[in-house]
Design a protein around this ligand. Structure first.
Ligand SMILES: [Zn+2]
Length: 277
């Protein structure tokens, strides 16, 4: 039976979270957070999960609210400190809960684990969040793919790390590419197309279109490129759901770095293994 690729935003108590039906019935919990349901104020209102422009106390409270809504232990969660790389960290007990008191001491843009009850979090505010589940070995990944991370091929690296570390078969993996800046709003100079072409060759041109009436500017479809990179790493196209929501078109629902001019909070993509059925 083909997978249901629908995304919808559902209230978990007082916290609206976006979830993807492709994971329905699977022994995991996941969500893409929105701006609503937290305690932060101003440009960070209200469920800001990112330490960059908020108090440690607000971010701490927001992480507790999210953990309570999704039903996990906030002290078990492992988080990233993102640098637009393809660095993927094997998340374990030593990393757990560190984000509650400030940014974590290590840098990475992706996390993997095979530990049930170990939530993984990646942050975004236009960048593309990618969640992966490998049902054959019961392992998950959370990835952050901005344009630099996309060009560094973090999506395919995530698949390969699940293969190398846990022996997962990419043909069985399930992926959800969450809300992020879409082709409509991600216009760039030729630096981004050039980085993509250097990384992936001319095949990537299928996802790049010149902007009408703006010589030297381009629309770059980051979600589609990440979906393609997952497929080149072996994940079947039908097993990849892509959120149609553009963070830049929906600045009241999600934080958008571009729409906010940088004064913003950050949403999270979270995924956690339940016990193996
Ligand atoms: Zn848009």
């Amino acid at each position: 039976m083909p997978f249901d690729h629908t995304f919808r935003t559902v209230d978990f108590g007082a916290v609206p979270l976006t979830i993807c039906r492709i994971f329905d019935g699977m022994p995991i919990r996941h969500a893409f957070t929105t701006r609503a349901g937290g305690v932060s104020t101003g440009a960070q209102a209200s469920l800001n999960l990112d330490h960059k422009q908020d108090t440690v106390e607000n971010v701490y409270q927001n992480h507790l609210i999210l953990a309570d809504a999704l039903g996990y232990d906030p002290h078990a969660m492992v988080s990233t400190r993102q640098i637009h790389s393809a660095i993927i960290r094997i998340a374990g007990a030593k990393d757990a809960g560190q984000h509650l008191d400030g940014p974590v001491p290590y840098e990475c843009d992706g996390l993997i684990t095979d530990q049930p009850g170990r939530p993984l979090i990646a942050y975004s505010a236009d960048c593309i969040p990618v969640l992966l589940y490998a049902p054959d070995v019961h392992a998950v990944a959370a990835l952050h793919a901005g344009w630099r991370g996309t060009a560094a091929d973090i999506a395919a690296h995530g698949v390969r790390r699940l293969q190398e570390v846990y022996g997962a078969d990419p043909r069985q993996m399930i992926a959800a590419i969450g809300p992020g800046i879409a082709n409509c709003c991600f216009t760039t100079h030729d630096d981004v197309p050039r980085a993509m072409q250097e990384a992936f060759g001319t095949e990537v041109n299928a996802f790049i279109t010149p902007e009408a009436d703006s010589p030297g500017r381009f629309h770059v479809d980051l979600k589609a490129i990440n979906s393609w990179r997952l497929q080149t790493a072996g994940v079947p196209a039908d097993s990849i759901a892509v959120s149609p929501e553009c963070t830049c078109c929906l600045p009241d629902k999600y934080w958008s770095h571009r729409a906010s001019g940088g004064n913003r909070g950050g949403q999270a993509a979270v995924i956690m293994l339940a016990e193996r059925p």
